[in-house]
Design a binder for this molecule. Structure first.
Ligand SMILES: NC(=O)c1ccc[n+]([C@@H]2O[C@H](COP(=O)([O-])OP(=O)(O)OC[C@H]3O[C@@H](n4cnc5c(N)ncnc54)[C@H](O)[C@@H]3O)[C@@H](O)[C@H]2O)c1
Length: 235
């Protein structure tokens, strides 16, 4: 029987790469994005799990990938942006796990994977909501691992450094304009300042890590993150 996965934030960037890789590996994949449902709401998370179950009649993996960013000092951070980031980056993974739990347990080898970040392990200024949520999702994954032991469900996370997606490309252009620097210098001196290796990951590399975690050799990764950050958090 073909294994079935649900992937959120699948319209582009890392999510689209995860869908493509899992399909290439033989998974049936239900990829969803804002056009299907808003995962910042309870109903949105309920809908996407229900739709995947209706489509495939089973669910063996959930990949909580949808994400947004807001950059501001704590002092000036808009409270509605805080609420929205926490909803998408932390509450959605919780609700996806909750609503998919029985199906993942019925799978016999259910897997949950969250796309956290190097910002799940260390902070950067002006990203309070993002950093808090990405740390929080690692706590969620640990809890799911403990609760899932009896049910046959495992949970893991991926912590990438910067990944070359549309969102990041837009940040490069904006920061280059703001700092009056070339795009190349902004990447090396500003965005990748904390990374010993001044390179960005490609979405396909993150997708490869997710496919590994969801595959037969990933079953032992439980409650722990797979860190792929070019040495950022080695300092
Ligand atoms: N790009 C990076 O450098 C990087 C690094 C580490 C972690 N991440 C994480 O990887 C994940 C994917 O990011 P990406 O870089 O591919 O970004 P992206 O903007 O290319 O993709 C994110 C997707 O999530 C969708 N989304 C956002 N809010 C949603 C909502 N409320 N309901 C449904 N869908 C929603 C967006 O429409 C978008 O298609 C995010 O969780 C992000 O935090 C990204």
């Amino acid at each position: 029987m073909q294994r079935a996965a649900l992937v959120t934030g699948a319209a582009g960037g890392i999510g689209a790469a995860i869908v493509a890789k899992l399909e290439a590996d033989g998974w049936s994949v239900h990829g969803v994005d804002l056009a299907d449902a808003d995962v910042s709401t309870r109903e949105g998370n309920q809908q996407v799990v229900a739709a995947a179950l209706e489509r495939f009649g089973r669910l063996d993996a959930v990949v909580a990938n949808a994400g947004i960013q807001h950059v501001s000092s704590v002092r000036d951070f808009p409270e509605e942006q805080w609420d929205r980031l926490i909803a998408v980056l932390l509450t959605s993974p919780f609700l996806l796990a909750k609503y998919a739990w029985d199906a993942l347990a019925a799978s016999g080898d259910g897997r949950f994977c969250a796309i956290s970040s190097a910002h799940g392990l260390v902070a950067s200024p002006y990203k309070s909501a993002y950093v808090a949520a990405k740390h929080g999702v690692l706590g969620l994954v640990k809890t799911l691992a403990l609760e899932g032991a009896e049910a046959g469900v495992t949970a893991s996370a991926v912590c990438p450094g910067y990944v070359r997606t549309g969102l990041v490309e837009a940040q490069i252009a904006a920061q280059a304009a703001a700092h009056g620097m070339s795009e190349e210098r902004v990447v090396e001196d500003v965005m990748l300042a904390a990374q010993p290796v001044k390179k960005m990951l490609e979405p396909a590399e993150v997708a490869g890590a997710v496919a590994f975690l969801l595959g037969p050799n990933g079953r032992g990764f439980n409650g722990s993150p797979l860190v792929m950050d070019f040495g950022w958090t080695a300092r």
